[in-house]
Design a protein around this ligand. Structure first.
Ligand SMILES: N[C@@H](CCC(=O)N[C@@H](CS)C(=O)NCC(=O)O)C(=O)O
Length: 231
């Protein structure tokens, strides 16, 4: 049994999708990052960066429990554990790792900053909006060029696609029109239709719907004093 600690955000969705694709036995625990749950001392023991997602696999390597944070590490772990969505042939495997790293080091941070300055920042800073929007569009072109030649990012459907799709799915937030990137659109739509993806995106939505919306508190937890308190 795997304990999943997560919320309904792109980084959470990566792992929800992988758990559904691999049919692993798991229990989802909500960590409402808009309500400050990420600072709970018990959560910080498994996720010291106060971010979701995190997992605890009660039957980890050598039968011992293992706790993991960072979505890319969790995807690699689950792929190793199940032998799925990460090829064994070294060249194929490293192409998946390459595109996974491209997501973790590029797509996630840049799209995330675009979301921040377009949607969450309390003042409009044109330089920052343009910088991250331009960078986001540049990364879309890299994806589009790749997907013109390859059905999925690293050949067959893999953890690299599971990592990237939840961010591309948020294209209205970072104000990118998928019609400008037709190969990304074709890839996005194919992944969007997968039953496991639909199930993964539904994980914790009841908890999200029940959550009380307190925008000022959420802003403080994510971007204000609470976030930057030394602990
Ligand atoms: N590199 C991390 C990023 C995780 C991340 O940024 N999670 C966000 C939600 S998408 C979060 O938990 N934010 C809470 C906070 O910053 O306090 C990963 O891929 O797991």
């Amino acid at each position: 049994m795997i304990d999943l600690y997560s919320w309904t955000t792109p980084n959470g969705h990566k792992v929800h999708i992988m758990l559904e694709e691999t049919c692993l036995d798991y229990h989802a625990h909500p960590v409402n990052i808009y309500a400050g749950d990420q600072f709970d001392p018990d959560f910080l023991k498994i996720s010291p960066n106060n971010k979701i997602p995190a997992i605890v696999d009660r039957e980890g390597p050598e039968g011992e429990p293992i706790a993991l944070f960072e979505s890319g590490a969790i995807l690699l772990y689950l792929a190793e554990k199940t032998g799925r969505f990460l090829p064994t042939r070294p060249a194929d495997r490293f192409h998946v790792v390459e595109w996974l790293m491209f997501q973790m080091g590029g797509v996630g941070p840049m799209f995330g900053q675009a979301h921040h300055f377009i949607k969450y920042a309390r003042e409009r800073i044109d330089y920052a909006v343009n910088r991250y929007h331009n960078e986001t569009r540049r990364l879309y072109q890299v994806l589009d060029n790749r997907l013109e030649r390859s059905e999925y990012l690293a050949g067959e459907y893999s953890i690299a696609d599971m990592a990237t799709y939840p961010w591309v799915r948020r294209h209205p937030v970072h104000e990118v029109d998928l019609d400008e990137f037709p190969h990304v659109r074709r890839w996005h739509d194919a992944i969007d239709e997968r039953p496991a993806v639909r199930r993964g995106l539904a994980v914790l939505t009841d908890e999200e719907n029940r959550a009380v919306d307190e925008p000022d508190k959420a802003h403080d937890f994510l971007f204000g004093k609470t976030q930057y308190t030394r602990r």
